[in-house]
Design a protein around this ligand. Structure first.
Ligand SMILES: [Zn+2]
Length: 103
């Protein structure tokens, strides 16, 4: 669903969604809500050369340690803007800036 489809959603529909959400302690995975930033935890692959969004050092693959990184898809006002990489520990230290990372 692109930004065009987002803009066509009637306000009443969004309000209804908000009401449903307020009544439940969870959000159903099929709810077509505005995309927000999210993060996942992944093993660092060989050849990864991204810089950590917190300490600015490379998120480097190191043989034998199976280091993990947090990869965040960052959305601004419902639009995807960028991907950020973090050392797993740095992401925690930064206070989960894009939500709790999913496995
Ligand atoms: Zn870092």
């Amino acid at each position: 669903m692109g930004p065009q489809a987002q803009n066509r959603q009637p306000t009443a529909y969004l309000l209804r969604l908000a009401a449903i959400e307020a009544d439940k302690t969870y959000v159903t995975p099929i709810a077509p809500v505005m995309p927000v930033s999210r993060a996942v935890v992944r093993f660092i692959e060989a050849g990864n050369d991204a810089l950590c969004g917190h300490c600015q050092l490379p998120v480097k693959f190191v043989a034998r340690t199976r280091g993990r990184q947090v990869i965040a898809n960052v959305y601004t006002d419902g639009r995807w803007t960028r991907v950020e990489h973090y050392h797993e520990a740095c992401y925690e230290e930064a206070g989960d800036p894009f939500g709790s990372p999913r496995a």
